[in-house]
Design a protein around this ligand. Structure first.
Ligand code: FAD
Length: 395
């Protein structure tokens, strides 16, 4: 068995998942980690999006000693409000508030979740990578191993494919995926909004699709608006005043959008799952392995739970408790349940709430009323949302 200092890994893709995976392998004691991405550094930082982070992501960041650097740049929220505007149009009176009292593991940090801007998250991860003597960062060129005719000489203990939804690595390995593209698309924008309440995040279920309002500090909010493709395209091109008017029309009266800070941008949303999560010495992590609808802000947290499992297994390898050759299969086995259940739950939420079907409305009202009245149900559902549906293996 190689010593920890001799263990080598290549991580393909320096998005939020690949960057964190490289840091996780380094923290686990691996000898040399090469992190590759065809994009230059500025392109990796430039995306205008905000992520909602759950407690499973916070725990991983704490384990990797990154929480201290990142947390000052995150906006905590103390309440997550859930409202069904299909059943109660125009009103948030029947919203279900999830608060820190509904967290089952009492955390010392009084937040239900945190919102972070992509640039801030990547700046912290890249700074940690730059300082790490055992991570070699190769940006701006397609990895030679993916050039046509390239041969893998097998000298690498582990290849981590974190190269996104179109994953060239997954395709080169011939791993197919189950996939489904929603008719809904997703539009994101950053606005100044009155009426959302300090430190409150909102998930509004609307007949055309869910809409999230994520607090960014002050009155700044990221809107994640799901709607039909034609509507999203139209909203993207109508100019800021008309966009704010349409948004005001889509929101209950308590919310007043004031100004546009980052213009709307739409993206396709889909459900995808690779048919295998490993092949040979390669594991698929993040969106190269799975994608889900942004409802409930699960996507990146699910990607980072892949990293949490990789971290736990990589530690076992470096401590001599697991052969490096066994890691990919172990990883794939450990990830199925969480990934499948999270994909199924997001899909169910979208199907159940994106309509005004007369038969479903009483069921939805009953579900939300039960959540409002029964703390145990709120604790259970918030536990699944924030920790994932099943426990992760420990290192
Ligand atoms: C337009 C858009 C807006 C979004 N907005 C939000 C949002 O507001 N909130 C939210 O929570 N989620 C949002 N998402 C989803 C979120 O971005 C993903 O969940 C997240 O980026 C997944 O991270 P990842 O690192 O797995 O993949 P990615 O971020 O896609 O990273 C993959 C990386 O692999 C690199 N790569 C590609 N080919 C190769 C190769 N051959 N070799 C090596 N590297 C390669 C790419 O350059 C990229 O850097 C959005 C997605 C899109 C497309």
């Amino acid at each position: 068995m190689p010593r920890a200092s001799e263990l080598t890994a290549v991580v393909r893709g320096c998005g939020p998942t690949g960057a964190l995976a490289a840091l996780a392998l380094a923290e686990a004691g691996w000898g040399l980690i090469t992190l590759q991405d065809p994009s230059p550094r500025q392109a990796l930082l430039r995306r205008h999006r905000a992520y909602a982070f759950t407690h499973s992501s916070r725990r991983l960041l704490l384990n990797l000693q990154l929480w201290q650097a990142l947390s000052p740049r995150l906006e905590p929220f103390e309440q997550l409000q859930l409202a069904d505007l299909g059943a109660d149009p125009g009103s948030t009176a029947a919203a279900v508030p999830f608060t820190t009292a509904d967290l089952s593991r009492r955390s010392s940090d009084p937040a239900v979740g945190w919102i972070g801007q992509h640039q801030d998250v990547m700046a912290v991860l890249l700074a940690a990578i730059d300082q790490h003597p055992r991570i070699r960062l190769e940006l701006g060129a397609t990895p030679a191993a993916l050039e046509p005719g390239a041969v893998d000489n097998g000298s690498i203990d582990l290849v981590v494919a974190a190269d996104g939804p179109e994953s060239p690595t997954r395709q080169a390995l011939g791993i197919r995926q189950w996939q489904w593209t929603y008719q809904q698309r997703c539009l994101t924008a950053q606005i100044r909004l009155r009426g959302a309440g300090a430190q409150q995040a909102w998930e509004l279920f609307r007949p055309e699709g869910p809409m999230a309002l994520l607090p960014l500090g002050g009155q700044q909010v990221q809107v994640v608006w799901s709607a039909g493709a034609a509507r999203c395209r139209q909203l993207e091109g109508i100019g800021s005043d008309a966009f704010l008017d349409r948004l005001a029309g889509a929101l209950p009266d308590r919310f007043q959008p004031d100004a546009l800070a980052v213009p709307p941008q739409t993206f396709a949303v889909g459900l995808a799952l690779a048919r295998r999560l490993q092949a040979g010495n390669t594991v698929l992590v993040g969106e190269s392995a799975h994608r889900c609808h942004p409802v409930g802000g699960q996507g990146l947290n699910l990607c980072w739970r892949d990293v949490a499992v990789l971290h736990a297994l990589a530690r076992r390898v470096s401590q001599g408790r697991l052969p490096a050759t066994a890691l990919p299969r172990r990883y794939a086995r450990a990830r199925w349940v969480d990934v499948l259940l999270t994909l199924a739950a997001t899909d169910l939420l979208v199907r159940l709430f994106s309509n005004r079907a007369a038969l479903l409305l009483p069921l939805r009202r009953l579900a939300l009323a039960s959540l409002r009245q029964m703390p145990v149900l709120r604790r259970l559902s918030l536990g699944v949302m924030t920790d994932g549906p099943c426990p992760l293996p420990r290192g």
